[in-house]
Design a protein around this ligand. Sequence first.
Ligand code: FE2
Ligand code: FE2
Length: 182
Amino acid sequence: MSAQRYRASPDAVSAASASTGGEFRALDACHLEIANHLDRLQALVDRIGRDGVTTQAQHEAAEIESFFSATARSHHADEERHVFPPLLASADADMVQAVRRLQQDHGFIEENWIELSPQLRALAGGYHWYDLDELRHGVQVFIDLLRDHIELEESLIYPHAKAHWAEVFARRAQRRAEVGAG
Ligand SMILES: [Fe+2]
Ligand SMILES: [Fe+2]
């Protein structure tokens, strides 16, 4: 799956003016993809602990590394660009605080990934210099961070962001109707 699929330009967001559905369906779909790759990452570490670095484990490490380095990063960038800004302008102090926490999460996730990704690339290349306990710990921190992050986004942030864009698009449609009627 390409990173491009989840990359949305401001024009693309505007183009979704008929409804807010398309853009958020892509973001929601990416959360499912992230959850799926977190499960694969967990299974990979368990398998390596049990069987060592097999050829299958190498392939799996390469695919997982590529997904989080490209698609997941792109997803976070889309949220920073399109989802968070209108919420940060909100008068709701709790909402602003929650979005600030999500921004901070993106930083922590990136820091964690910068430590983890070279280990996965090494595994993909068949090198055996990894420390299994260290890898297991890094993976667990990464999984916990991302699961917690997605839960907060889906329960609190996405519904508000969807409501915001629905309002924007409804106003726009009304203006167009008024211009058309005049
Ligand atoms: Fe996020
Ligand atoms: Fe997200």
